[in-house]
Design a protein around this ligand. Structure first.
Ligand code: NAD
Length: 387
């Protein structure tokens, strides 16, 4: 297939030109910021110059832990972006609630942005981010590292090759039996920080997997449902016993969501995602087409990875056949490294965002549509905002 049909063409063995160093800042120095700094530290063309976190002393402790010296630390994104005049890029690793305000402020200051997933929490915020992006002319890429997984790239190649014919129905999602994420406190489950739950944490990955494979058609309508039966239960066995009361009280997001979405081109998307459920899996991902269908095995802890070899079901000369696609190993560099590298390369080479907002807007519209449809109790029409 044509190389330009894929979003990523990271050349794993490409030599990094370190003659010009990119000055990078990290906003939010919690759990995922570890993964960012560990990749940046391996890149000879990166100088980590600044960091910010709302929690006093957290940014300082973070850089100390990673043994990165000389980093200027700030109490929030604004003070950092106001003071730092020559930043090339920031990683925004804050909880969902502050994604939009941090991204917009960075873009307004003329800084390129790598924004952790989910893009934000509402369609309106996504549109505001895109307006700031347009005005700034800077790059903003959304942090979906599973896109770099060779198996995800293969899935897209399979779909784009035409072997499945016309795609008309997709089922995706998955989840965990007992997996509400609270190992580092309540930032994922509190309404004040996470705002959205299982959808923002893992559902956005399932949506990205299939929507990216089929070329991100526009979502038209959604009928959505969300629930919080497990998260709000003080007897939920997935919480550490000493925190059960506290976490159940704090829980303000969804631990399960489902949506029935009509996409442009006559495609139905049937989606469900769970942080907790009385079931092993609500099903594999399937993409059904007029000439063939593909089944992508789910994983126990759905986090954007593929659970085993995908299988294509089709007909050859009147016989029903199945073709298994062998699992591909990760490249020389891990997917997270490649997510950051592809963003930095785009900055250096004047390229475009590896995971563009124009695509992830639709991902966000579906999540937001599920929340809004659940509130009103019926299907709603989705309107693409003017940017
Ligand atoms: N790509 C991945 O694999 C992956 C994995 C885990 C989490 N994430 C995403 O990363 C984000 C952060 O997750 P986490 O687990 O690191 O959360 P976390 O709660 O551990 O860390 C977030 C940090 O951001 C800080 N913060 C919030 N607003 C700020 C602001 N305006 N200025 C400066 N600091 C601010 C908080 O004080 C906190 O320390 C989430 O949106 C999550 O969805 C992505």
């Amino acid at each position: 297939m044509a190389k330009d049909m894929l979003d990523f063409n990271v050349e794993h063995d490409k030599e990094i030109d370190s003659s010009k160093k990119l000055k990078v800042g990290i906003i939010g120095t919690g759990w995922i910021a570890d993964a960012h700094i560990m990749q940046y530290m391996q890149m000879p063309d990166v100088e980590i110059v600044a960091g910010a976190d709302l929690v006093e002393g957290k940014a300082e402790a973070f850089f100390k832990k990673h043994k990165v010296e000389g980093v200027r630390c700030y109490p929030d994104h604004k003070s950092m972006l106001d003071a730092e005049k020559d930043l090339d890029a920031v990683s925004i690793c804050t909880y969902n609630k502050t994604h939009a305000e941090c991204a917009i402020y960075a873009l307004e200051k003329g800084v390129n942005v790598l924004l952790e997933k989910p893009m934000c929490v509402t369609t309106e915020e996504a549109a505001d981010i895109m307006r700031a992006e347009k005005k700034s002319g800077k790059i903003i890429s959304i942090g979906f590292q599973p896109r770099l997984d060779p198996n995800m790239i293969k899935l897209k190649e399979v779909v784009q090759s035409g072997v499945l014919g016309k795609i008309y129905y997709i089922q995706t999602g998955g989840g965990r039996r007992r997996g509400i994420p609270t190992p580092f406190g309540t930032s994922f489950i509190s309404k004040d920080t996470g705002v959205i739950g299982a959808m923002g944490d893992i559902g956005c990955y399932s949506l990205d997997m299939v929507l990216n494979a089929i070329g991100y058609p526009k979502p038209l309508t959604v009928s959505g449902y969300t629930s919080d039966f497990f998260g709000k239960d003080p007897n939920y066995s997935g919480y550490a016993p000493e925190h059960r009361e506290e976490y159940a009280k704090e829980f303000g997001v969804e631990d399960f969501a489902a949506g029935f979405i009509r996409l442009e081109g006559g495609i139905i998307l049937d989606f469900r995602i769970a942080w907790a459920m009385n079931l092993d899996t609500p099903g594999d991902t399937i993409i059904m087409g007029t000439k063939g269908s593909v089944r992508v095995p789910s994983t126990e802890c759905w986090n954007g990875s593929i659970g085993g070899p995908m299988k294509i079901y089709s007909e050859v000369a009147g016989s029903q056949v199945e073709t298994e696609i062998p699992m591909l190993p990760e490249g020389e560099n891990n997917n997270f490294f490649n997510k950051i590298r592809s963003f930095l390369d785009a900055i250096k080479e004047g390229g475009t965002a590896p995971v563009p907002t124009s695509q992830i807007l639709y991902n966000q519209m579906i999540i937001d549509g599920i929340v809004k449809s659940n509130k009103v109790g019926h299907e709603i029409k989705l309107e693409v905002p003017e940017i």
